[in-house]
Design a binder for this molecule. Structure first.
Ligand SMILES: Nc1ncnc2c1ncn2[C@@H]1O[C@H](COP(=O)(O)OP(=O)(O)OP(=O)(O)O)[C@@H](O)[C@H]1O
Length: 396
């Protein structure tokens, strides 16, 4: 009981007694060096990392951007389906314009003069038949080509398949042209127009920089080393910068990212704000898991024959979709972040004496002597110190 009372009293005293710092000068070169070294580390952190690297004195804003693109170039094909044919931008850019991306057709499977009629389904385990009982009228397989009529017909002299109501003749895409039909697409060029704004700082920018004039625009071509600000890019160059071979990619198609980085320091002393371009393949190109590779879709062009019958040319288009990805954060000096971050960083300075004290009181040879002088307890009634100040403890 008395022990509890004693502890309670001492806790109460600890709580109510006033503690104040006193300065203890330790004439130790070792302790002094340690103290200055930790001070230097904190200062380097504040100046080097917080101010120079992090630029914590700046306010920041995220970019808002708009993109438009225009592809140019020609390709020539001579196939049995289409005969000799020149392809220009209106033929191979599908759709003609879209948000932040453009698709360039590089390869295709063309099925001309399809009409609404009946024809035997392409041979597959689910479509082959022996007689009409194997086919169900009205049945359709999403992987198939149409709606079954319920009849079993000769597909060839050796194979019978269920007849379907569909656009006939059916598309056969088992064999893909290799090299790609529009292999010449590697020499197409694309003009990318990109306007950005940082609303907080009322900053507006364009990737067609002020020093670019129309004659330069007509002849320039982007190159990291020689023309890093030219907004016209050769497709082959984009794909090779993304680490891919254009002709390989042209066969099955794929997706490439054109990344425009507008990260800028808008302080007047920091220099101009220019876009930085980089390129990367975005779709899966995993060498092991290479199921369903590439990028393709179908579209058709519809006609009416002289006798009024509707026909169409079906295209299965393979190609490269280029996604233009714009990102960036701008920073500019602001008084509020400066005060807040500097205050937070400088509060680390209080760590310096804490770390030094710990080292001196625990790791140094005379730590017992230093401990005695570090804490002085004044007795209640006499007002004299329990350990006298000014005790000599020698010099190291
Ligand atoms: N893909 C491209 N490759 C090379 N130059 C291009 C490309 N797209 C546009 N240009 C050129 O860049 C300039 C600006 O193009 P913009 O589309 O603004 O003007 P335009 O007069 O409508 O172009 P055009 O009629 O030649 O398509 C023009 O000189 C244009 O010829």
């Amino acid at each position: 009981m008395s022990e509890t009372t004693g502890c309670g009293q001492s806790c109460l005293h600890d709580l109510l007694y006033y503690e104040t710092n006193k300065t203890l000068v330790i004439p130790s070169i070792q302790a002094g060096c340690l103290f200055r070294f930790i001070q230097l580390l904190v200062l380097l952190y504040v100046v080097g990392y917080v101010c120079v690297v992090q630029k914590a004195y700046q306010e920041t804003d995220s970019v808002i951007s708009s993109v438009s693109t225009k592809v140019k170039g020609f390709a020539f094909t001579n196939t049995s389906d289409m005969g000799p044919r020149v392809w220009d931008t209106a033929d191979y850019v599908i759709p003609p314009q879209s948000d932040n991306s453009f698709f360039v057709m590089t390869n295709m499977v063309v099925t001309p003069t399809q009409t609404q009629s009946r024809c035997p389904e392409l041979p597959s385990p689910s479509a082959t038949c022996v007689d009409d009982c194997d086919c169900t009228e009205g049945h359709s397989n999403p992987q198939g080509s149409g709606i079954q009529t319920g009849l079993c017909e000769n597909y060839s002299t050796t194979v019978q398949t269920c007849e379907v109501r569909s656009w006939c003749p059916l598309e056969i895409d088992a064999v893909l042209p290799k090299p790609a039909l529009l292999a010449a697409a590697e020499n197409y060029t694309v003009l990318i127009k990109n306007s950005i704004t940082y609303p907080k700082f009322r900053f507006h920018g364009r990737n067609i920089l002020p020093h670019i004039n129309s004659s330069y625009l007509k002849r320039c071509e982007f190159n990291h080393a020689t023309d890093p600000h030219c907004p016209i890019f050769r497709l082959k160059h984009i794909v090779s910068e993304a680490g891919e071979e254009f002709q390989d990619m042209a066969v099955m198609g794929g997706i490439i990212g054109i990344i425009i980085d507008w990260s800028c320091d808008l302080d007047s002393w920091a220099g101009k704000c220019y876009p930085k371009y980089s390129f990367s393949r975005l779709d899966n190109k995993h060498h092991v898991n290479n199921v369903a590779p590439g990028y393709n879709f179908r579209f058709a062009k519809y006609y009416r024959t002289a006798d009024g019958e509707e026909t169409r040319t079906l295209m299965k288009a393979y190609g490269i979709r280029f996604d233009v990805i714009v990102f960036g954060t701008a920073g500019k000096f602001g008084i509020v972040p400066t005060i807040v971050n500097l205050g937070a960083a400088l509060s680390f300075l209080s760590l310096v004496s804490a770390v030094s004290d710990w080292f001196i009181l625990n790791c140094m040879a005379k730590s017992d002597v230093y401990k005695k002088h570090k804490f002085t307890y004044l007795s209640d009634n006499s007002g004299t110190e329990s350990i006298s100040l000014g005790t000599s403890y020698g010099t190291e």
